[in-house]
Design a protein around this ligand. Structure first.
Ligand code: NAD
Length: 257
């Protein structure tokens, strides 16, 4: 069960945090991994580690917000064979309300979290259609449906990821392409550690505990837990699932009082 043998998977932002866990998990399940990363060096390290562990992985330095660059990399990968799986995971965060978010902030979040997803969909969908189908998984967030406090631009962008998921799922039903998204609550990744180090250098432990307690289950998620759900959704066992948003949130959406 849950095999990706002989499948090719593109994973954006696949060199850190949740994306890295997905790259490793999918490689262990037999997929050939293509990591599309802004941080090429980290992508080379991740791909090297996967190969050292017996898997197959390639790294590409690409900014998902630049359409021509995404198209060129996708064309290059598609020339080697069918693309079976696309995981749109790359994303960036921002703190601010509608008042404190500047035009530049909004454009930056939009260009990576929204346009970056569109760019990858735009480039990959024609190849999936031509090869008879595929699976797309987008990384949304509980912000998409809850609208997190002081996360105006980020919540906007993840709402767009959710609606792009639904739109693609509908448009490509007859092309045998499934499209779903995952909505994690707080997951312990380098992003969280960086955020605490930058904003609360003297209160890191206290704030880590606070962020952990904001999930009713009492802790943050682990990247590997998100990767396990991602694996399921991208395998044939999930063949009846499309157009769905999966919370993985320690109870936030349903159990918070
Ligand atoms: P992370 O910062 O650890 O990793 C993100 C990766 O994306 C990095 O390697 C970065 O280099 C890459 N990236 C950023 N901009 C890029 C671009 N323009 N082009 C290509 N690659 C780019 O982040 P993470 O915490 O693992 O988050 C991964 C995804 O999960 C994001 O979409 C995030 O919004 C979402 N998410 C995270 C959490 C959380 O608590 N960590 C919760 C809900 C959703």
């Amino acid at each position: 069960m849950f095999s990706l043998n002989n499948k090719t998977a593109l994973i954006t932002g696949g060199a850190s945090g949740i994306g890295l866990a997905i790259s490793e998990t999918f490689a262990q399940a037999g997929a050939t991994i293509h990591i599309l990363e802004l941080n090429r060096e980290a992508a080379e390290v991740a791909a090297g580690q996967i190969r050292a562990a017996g898997g197959q992985a390639q790294a590409y330095g690409v900014d998902v917000s630049v359409q021509a660059d995404v198209q060129a990399v996708v064309d290059q990968i598609a020339a080697t064979g069918p693309i079976h799986v696309l995981v749109n995971n790359a994303g960036i965060a921002h703190i601010g309300t509608a008042e404190t978010t500047t035009e530049a902030d909004l454009d930056r979040i939009y260009s990576v979290n929204v346009k970056g997803v569109y760019n990858c969909l735009h480039a990959v969908l024609p190849y999936m259609k031509a090869s008879g189908g595929g699976v797309i998984l987008n990384m949304a967030s509980i912000a998409a449906t809850l609208g997190l406090s002081d996360r105006f631009a980020y919540s906007m962008s993840k709402g767009a990821v959710l609606s792009m998921t639904l739109s693609v799922a509908k448009d490509y039903l007859t092309h045998n392409i499934r499209c779903n998204c995952i909505s994690p609550a707080r997951v312990h990744t380098p992003f969280v550690d960086g955020f605490l180090a930058k904003n609360y250098p003297d209160r890191k432990d206290e704030m880590f505990a606070k962020l952990s307690a904001s999930q009713p289950i009492g802790r943050m998620g682990k990247p590997a837990e998100v990767a396990s759900l991602a694996l399921y959704l991208c395998t044939d066992e999930a063949g009846f699932i499309t157009g769905t948003d999966y919370p993985i949130d320690g109870g936030v959406v349903r159990l918070s009082t």
